[in-house]
Design a binder for this molecule. Sequence first.
Ligand code: ARG
Length: 607
Amino acid sequence: MQRNKLDDRMELFGTADTSSIKDNLCAVFHKAIGAAYPDIVDPPVIVTTSSNPKFGDYQCNSAMPLAQQLSSFGKSTKQTPRDVAKEIMSKLKVFSVVEKYEIAGAGFINVYLKREFGQSVLRSWLWAGQVLPPYVKKKRVIVDFSSPNIAKEMHVGHLRSTIIGDSIARLLEYLGHDVLRLNHVGDWGTQFGMLIAHLRDKFPNYLTHAPPIQDLQTFYKESKTRFDEDKEFKKRAYECVVKLQAFEPDITKAWKMICDVSRQEFEKVYARLDIKLIERGESFYQRHMESIVAELELKNMLEEDNGRKVMWGEKHGSGIPLTIVKSDGGFTYDTSDMAAIKHRVEQERADWLIYVTDAGQSLHFQMLESCAKRAGILKSFHRMDHVGFGVVLGEDKKKFKTRSGDTVKLSELLDEGLKRALQKLKEKERDKVLSKDQLKAAQESVAYGCIKYADLLHNRNHEYVFSFDKMLEDKGNTAVYLLYALTRIRSIARTANITKDELRQRLHEIPISLEHEKEWKLAKVLLKFPDIILGINEDLYLHPLCEFCYEISCAFMEFYDKCYCVEKNQSGEIVKVNIGRLLLAEATALVLEKCFSLLGLKPVAQM
Ligand code: ARG
């Protein structure tokens, strides 16, 4: 039988796996509290990381609420939180992760991690050559993100959705979920009637000669003007919609042609940002829309409202109902989302649905969830999340626009990023040391990395100010700083002339060095990785991962400052290599690399 890396790891390092320290501690305290106070049902178990090393590495803060609960039971002998903490302490079992517990202040229990535990986790990562994901229950997840609209410009809002959605998908894939990345493009609806009617008038032989409609925006504007001003044109536009919905071949061809122009533009952006996703736009659900309407009609869930057919969620009268059929008989965005949710749950067998759009659509998704529950499509075990985000602002704190007031073209924004990144690299005279190819790789890594990172760094609920100057700074929590930090870490082993494989072999003989205060501090930061990832699996907020990257880099710099890894004599020859420390540096690089890959950053070997 073939052995895999995991077998080796288990044999060498016992049970050390990448699991949550917090969850483990919660379980330990839960047991102890249960033993100390068997009468209390569902006792509060609160474990946090300590804000100050004086208070250990983790803290259990359950004694305070427990004491309060006990006193409300009217026990004759009153217990102070400190008494309660003592009681819990007496029930704590020896636990391989913990060096010691201690009571502090009003009744906190401080927890100090054991170095041996840190050793075994970091060793298992080094041995595997990667940071192994913590265990989660696997789900079939659909991440609906990016989702721009055909014939309209893909704007910065879509850029946010693309960056956030991609990172969420990367993280869920890493955790082992079965992820389907869907691009729900807006490629259906009445606007296509006017676009197609205009195309037929302007380029009557479009079926044989591809028309030059590269500038779809202008084309869209022209057709819209005609639609608003010319009654006869409007009528023809409506006829086109009807024919499109009936899949008439010529009209369908015109529609495809228009979609292709937009698609090519979108694809360019995705290729540059290394985004993978499957296009399955609103048009895909055309037939499904017809059947969902029939189904809802049959279930008596649609209501007449000024000629429209609307659907309320589980609470009638709360929110805004979905418009399922317009007064002219057409379908809407809501209809396509109802059809899509049914398809995703029933055909794609998803048990977790994620939608990444601007926060402005949160009510839409609340209503969608509520209606889907009411219609029996979503069951109690399904999870649905609307991952909303705030608007992008310019440096003037106003909505992000070009000087002339137009929306900013994404391709131009990316070009600008490239230009600025190159400037930055030249300022640092990197063009003098890097080859042409290396410089280009560094330029792209910095440009796209900084745009993504600046977005992900902020709590996504907040609006954020887009500033190339800020995101390209090489100090503080920026992609540039972090990318440099990683290349610097990697260069240490290179200076020492030691390959990754050689390092891995040395794991057998040499312990990872965790004795020095700064070494242990760095290791403890790295050990938080599983908890950070599990947190995101819960709430889908990515900024803690960015803060974590920065925390790692800072802890590494402190370590590197105080602890020699490679010692040289005055003539620059290497006299001593501290392998235990190189191992710690390598573990740091593995964690940082993993974080970068989850954030969609592409580190380069040299920059
Ligand atoms: N095309 C929409 C927009 O630009 C976003 C679609 C999001 N996904 C969905 N299933 N509704 O706002």
